[in-house]
Design a protein around this ligand. Structure first.
Ligand SMILES: NC(=O)C1=CN([C@@H]2O[C@H](COP(=O)(O)OP(=O)(O)OC[C@H]3O[C@@H](n4cnc5c(N)ncnc54)[C@H](O)[C@@H]3O)[C@@H](O)[C@H]2O)C=CC1
Ligand SMILES: O=C(O)/C=C/C=C(\O)C(=O)O
Length: 480
C-alpha cells in the first residue's frame, strides 16, 4: 500500500505524530493508500521552512522563478499518463477526462504564470507638474493554499503557480479526500530543482492541518477553494487577523436556454455542463431553465441522451461517468434526490445508485439524474448538490427567468443560449454571477477574472487578478 508523505523543506517526510488516514479508491470502495494525519506541529515545520526560504525566493528574479515553474510544467507533461491514472483512481473521474483536462490544465497553470509574471506590471500615476506616483508590488510572504477534491491537481496548481510566480513561498494543503497527485507533484518539484522550503505540502484533515495553516500568525494570506460553509469558517478565523483572503466557493448555476438557440450545440454542451466530472464542478449548470416553446423538445432529447450515458469503471476508455468522490458524498447526493421527490419533483432519468459489475462492485456510482416539476425556490433548487443531478424548469419571459436565475444565495457562473446578440448582452448584464458563458460552457481563457458574487466567494483568481492578490502594493509618491 502506498504511503503518502508530507513535503517539507524540500524533503518527503512522515507526519510527526506518525498517524495516518485511510485513502479510499471511490470506484472500488477500498482503501488503497495512507495519508499523513498532519497537525499543528507539521504545519509549524512547514511554515518555518517557507519563512526561511522567502528572502531568497522573493528576490531571485522573475526569470529564475519562471524557469523553475516551466520545468515543473514540463515534468507534469512528461508524467501525464501516471498523473492521470493516479487522479482517476483517487477521485473516481474517467481516466479520459483526467488525461484531456485535469493534468494538461495543471501544467498550463504553471506555464501560464511562469509567463504571466514576466508581463505583470504595476501602475504609475502622474500628477500634472507636481508629482509622480509609482506602485511597487512585492511578494507578501508565506501563502496558505487550500484546495478541494473535485479537480485535485488542476485546482491545487491554480493556486500554487501564481503564489510562487509572484515570489511568495507556500504552505499548501490538498484535500484529504484526493491527496495523491499533490504527493506526486511534490516529487516533481524536487526533480525540477525547486529550492528547499519554497513549496511545502502538508496532508491531512481540514479541521486540523488546514485550520492550523489558517490560524498561523506567519501566514498572512490564504487562498481557498471549497464549500461555502468551510469558507465561512475560514473567514471567521482569518478576518480578525486581517489576513488577505481569496475564497472560491460553491455555485447553483443557472443554464438559461432560449428557443432561438442552436439546439444541437446547446444539447451537446448541456450534457457536459450538467454531468462532466459527475457534476462535481462548481461551474456545472445544475438549474436548467428552458423557454416554453422548446421545453418539450428539449426534455425528450435530453432525457434520451442522458439515459444512454455509460456509468462505470473510470479506467475504462468508454466510460463517460465515473464514481462520485466518496461514500459520504454519494449518500449526500442520493439524499438530495429523495428530498427533490419529497418536494414534488418527478425523476425523468436516473435517480439511483448504479451497481457496477466486476472490480467496481463496491464503488460509489450514481446515475445521471434529471428532475422536473419543482419550484425554483425549493431546497433542491437552492442548495448546492455538487453531483450528477439537474433540474429542468420552463419559463415564458426574460424577466421571469432572470428573477428565478438570480434568486439564490450563490452567484458563480451562468450559461445563456440564444442566437440573439442583443439579448445575449442584456441577459448577461442582468444575471448576478461572476462568470457568464454565452453559447458555450467552461471555455477557459486563463487571463480572465475567475470567481463568484454573493456566497460564491470573495475576490477573483486568474490572470493578473491572482498576481494582484499574491502581491502587496506600495505606492511611492515623488514630488517633482
Ligand atoms: N466550490 C467548490 O469548488 C467545491 C465545493 N464543494 C462543496 O462543499 C461540500 C463539502 O465538501 P468538502 O469536501 O467537505 O469540502 P471542504 O470545503 O470542506 O474542503 C475543501 C478544503 O478545505 C479543507 N478544510 C476543511 N475544513 C477546513 C478548516 N476548518 N480550515 C481549513 N481548511 C479546511 C479541506 O481539508 C479541503 O482541503 C461539497 O459537498 C460541495 O457541495 C466541495 C469541493 C469543491
Ligand atoms: O478554473 C477553472 O477552470 C475551474 C475551476 C473550478 C472550480 O473552482 C471548482 O469546481 O471548484
Amino acid at each position: 500500500m502506498q504511503i503518502i508523505e508530507n513535503y517539507i523543506n524540500g524533503a518527503l517526510v512522515a507526519p510527526i505524530s506518525k498517524k495516518y488516514i485511510d485513502n479510499i479508491n471511490p470506484s472500488k470502495g477500498q482503501v488503497y493508500s495512507q495519508i499523513p494525519d498532519s497537525d499543528h506541529a507539521d504545519v509549524e515545520l512547514a511554515v518555518a521552512a517557507a519563512k526561511a526560504a522567502f528572502p531568497a525566493w522573493s528576490t531571485c528574479g522573475i526569470e529564475t522563478r519562471a524557469h523553475i515553474l516551466n520545468k515543473i510544467a514540463d515534468l507534469i507533461d512528461e508524467n501525464l499518463e501516471e498523473l492521470a491514472k493516479a487522479e482517476s483512481i483517487d477521485n473516481g473521474k474517467p481516466l479520459s477526462l483526467a488525461k484531456s483536462v485535469d493534468i494538461p490544465r495543471a501544467s498550463s497553470n504553471f506555464r501560464f504564470y511562469a509567463s504571466g509574471i514576466q508581463h505583470f506590471a504595476a501602475e504609475s500615476h502622474y500628477m500634472e507638474g507636481t508629482a509622480i506616483n509609482y506602485t511597487k508590488r512585492s511578494a507578501v510572504g508565506v501563502a496558505g493554499c487550500i484546495s478541494p477534491w473535485n479537480l485535485p491537481l488542476y485546482l491545487f496548481s491554480w493556486k500554487i503557480a501564481p503564489a510562487l510566480a509572484a515570489g511568495n513561498t507556500v504552505v499548501a494543503k490538498p484535500t484529504e479526500v484526493t491527496p495523491m497527485t499533490a504527493y506526486l507533484l511534490s516529487k516533481l518539484c524536487i526533480e525540477a530543482g525547486l529550492p528547499n522550503g519554497v513549496l511545502n505540502i502538508v496532508h491531512g484533515y481540514g479541521h486540523k492541518a488546514g485550520q492550523a495553516i489558517v490560524e498561523h500568525k506567519d501566514v498572512p494570506l490564504i487562498s481557498f477553494t471549497g464549500g461555502t460553509e468551510t469558507g465561512k469558517k475560514l473567514a471567521a478565523t482569518a478576518a480578525p487577523m486581517f489576513k488577505k483572503l481569496s475564497l472560491e466557493l460553491g455555485g447553483k448555476n443557472p443554464n438559461i436556454i432560449f428557443a432561438d438557440c442552436d439546439f444541437d450545440d446547446m444539447l451537446k454542451t448541456t450534457l457536459r455542463s450538467s454531468f462532466a466530472n459527475q457534476g462535481q464542478i462548481c461551474l456545472c449548470g445544475s438549474r436548467i431553465f428552458v423557454e416554453r416553446p422548446i421545453y418539450g423538445k428539449f426534455k425528450n432529447a435530453f432525457v434520451e441522451k442522458v439515459k444512454k450515458m455509460k456509468v462505470g469503471d473510470p479506467l475504462n476508455d468508454q466510460t463517460k461517468m465515473g464514481a462520485v468522490v466518496s461514500e459520504a458524498h454519494m449518500n449526500k447526493v442520493l439524499g438530495y434526490i429523495k428530498l427533490a421527490q419529497g418536494e414534488g419533483g418527478t425523476v425523468l432519468a436516473g435517480g439511483d445508485r448504479v451497481m457496477v459489475e466486476g472490480d467496481c462492485a463496491d464503488g460509489y456510482f450514481i446515475a445521471p439524474t434529471i428532475i422536473e416539476g419543482l419550484s425554483h425556490d425549493c431546497r433542491t433548487n437552492q442548495e448546492e448538490i455538487f453531483g450528477p443531478v439537474v433540474t429542468i424548469m420552463p419559463f415564458d419571459t426574460e424577466d421571469e427567468v432572470l428573477a428565478m436565475a438570480n434568486a439564490t444565495s450563490y452567484g458563480l457562473a451562468a450559461t445563456i443560449w440564444t442566437q440573439n446578440l442583443k439579448r445575449a448582452h442584456r441577459v448577461s448584464h442582468q444575471v448576478k454571477s461572476g462568470i457568464v458563458w454565452v453559447n458555450c460552457w467552461l471555455l477557459r481563457d486563463l487571463r480572465t477574472p475567475f470567481g463568484g458574487m454573493k456566497q460564491s466567494g470573495v475576490g477573483r483568481e486568474g490572470g493578473f487578478e491572482a498576481l494582484r492578490f499574491f502581491t502587496e502594493p506600495q505606492n511611492v509618491c515623488i514630488k517633482l
